[in-house]
Ligand binder design. Structure first.
Ligand code: MG
Length: 248
């Protein structure tokens, strides 16, 4: 079911989204060669607890942590652990928080120290594709308009759009209808209306868009081992245009 939020509900989602954005500020400070992905998760869990919010991913279908931490060729759903980040790595942090019954969900990919120019470009283009998609999150447009924009930016730079995983509606629940693909045809798909809230989240690969899941049952990696980036925001469709909920 697609849920339409009123102003009061959007305010609660904004509060959840601000906590998610605070986690990224903390990550930006902490991410450096030598830190483990488990240490990043612990720091995030402490911050979310301090804000009296609920870490949405922890326990979700049995996922063991507040953060998904995905390094280099890991696309999404990486499990925090003893792995130490190294100079030149990239690390995708995906986090969800719930407060007053409402959710925020977002992701960023961070460079660890200096990364190769083509890797920096992957991060830059993936973030740009997210914002190109968000621009289309306007009442009267259709879901295909969002996906098409993301796909167009990705393909113009020779990047692979992951199609096995997509964005989603969000509200009281982390995952609500509709699916929000990162590809599509302009003017096709569900018509967008004010009060919808969508988690838009392109996952772009330097090489093939094909992915597989590791034996841990969670970690999704690129089939060719090349790096992948992930940027996501929770966005409200409003009469004033798209409003980012997962920012400070
Ligand atoms: Mg999401």
């Amino acid at each position: 079911m697609i849920t339409i939020k009123n102003a009061e509900e959007l305010q609660k989602m904004r509060e959840a989204g601000r906590i998610v954005a605070e986690v990224f500020e903390l990550m930006r400070e902490k991410i450096a060669p030598g830190i483990t992905t488990a240490e990043l998760n612990m720091a995030a869990e402490r911050l979310i607890a301090k804000r009296h919010a609920k870490p949405l991913f922890k326990g979700y279908n049995g996922f063991p942590a507040a953060l998904c931490v995905s390094v280099n060729d890991e696309v999404i759903h990486g499990i925090p652990g003893p792995r130490k980040l190294k100079e030149g790595d990239i690390v995708s942090i995906d986090v969800g928080a719930q407060i007053h019954g409402y959710c925020g969900d977002a992701a960023r990919t961070f460079p660890v120290g200096e990364v190769k120019p083509e890797v920096a470009e992957l991060l830059r283009v993936t973030e740009a594709s997210l914002y190109a998609g968000i621009e289309m999150a306007v009442a009267g447009n259709r879901l295909g308009d969002i996906g098409n924009r993301i796909q167009t930016v990705a393909e113009a730079h020779g990047l692979g759009v992951v199609v096995d995983y997509v964005g989603h509606g969000i509200g009281r629940n982390l995952h609500e209808a509709p699916d929000v693909p990162n590809y599509g045809r302009p003017g096709r798909g569900l018509r967008l209306v004010n009060g919808m809230t969508l988690a838009i989240e392109p996952m772009l690969n330097m090489g093939t868009p094909a992915v597989r899941t590791l034996a841990d049952g969670w970690t999704v990696v690129t089939l060719d081992g090349l790096p992948s980036a992930h940027f996501e925001n929770t966005v409200a469709i409003t009469p004033d245009g798209p409003v980012l909920l997962t920012v400070l």
